[in-house]
Design a protein around this ligand. Sequence first.
Ligand code: NAP
Length: 244
Amino acid sequence: MEGSLAHKRALVTGAGKGIGRATAKALLACGAEVIALTRTQSDLDSLVQECPKMLTVCVDINDWEATENALKDVGRIDLLVNNAAVVILQPFLSVTEDAFDKMFGVNVKALLHISQIIARRMKCCGGGGSIVNISSQASQSAVRDHAVYGASKGAVDTLTKVMALELGPHQIRVNAVNPTVVMTARGRTGWSDPTKAAGMLSRIPLQRFAEIDEVVNAIIFLLSDRSSMINGVTLPVDGGFLSS
Ligand code: NAP
């Protein structure tokens, strides 16, 4: 795995915390040059303290113009991980316009925008590339209070397939990973209620939530040449939730 990532240049969005942060560190450990992007400077400062070779970009990806400026000078990118997302849980009948706009703005619109910027560059460079979008099991299954979040991830699944179709001829592969609940700080907080957790765990054949590294391993595999003929898939990392 490591060999195929050495000398590659990677951009990871939402790299300040959780899965994105762990993915950026794993890519660096595999020999890639990594640009960690997020909107909170203190997260980038602590990341650079841990990994001095990490390159950083601080920008709110909701702001298209600021994102274009921030990415103008990052140079060639071979690997893109669209990981940044917002989760606001609301019962369907209480969904607000603000929550809808926030989730679709980051989870869908910004993902499309950054993918356009980077894929255009990949196409121009002619060396192909690999893009991994972080989706969710909630894109394909009904989860209480996840109407808009799930819909945004459903859009991510569809974007993944169309991007794979249109970018494939340029040797740019596009895939998604669809995790179950992951034991990030946010995942632990969101699923700390034992009754809520038990309801979800009863639907997962492996009867546990995912660890961060289990998601990162799937992302690294899809980025690497080990998955060179895999394109347009939405890969569950869910202990069997979606297939049961
Ligand atoms: P997280 O801990 O909340 O981290 C998300 C990162 O994205 C943070 O660094 C956040 O920065 C950044 N971000 C959010 N909005 C941004 C914006 N507008 N501009 C720039 N950066 C922004 O998330 P996570 O739990 O690791 O989840 C990562 C991905 O996995 C997401 O796509 C999520 O939907 C998906 N996923 C997670 C789980 C789970 O249980 N954790 C399950 C399935 C799928 P700030 O902290 O500064 O806002």
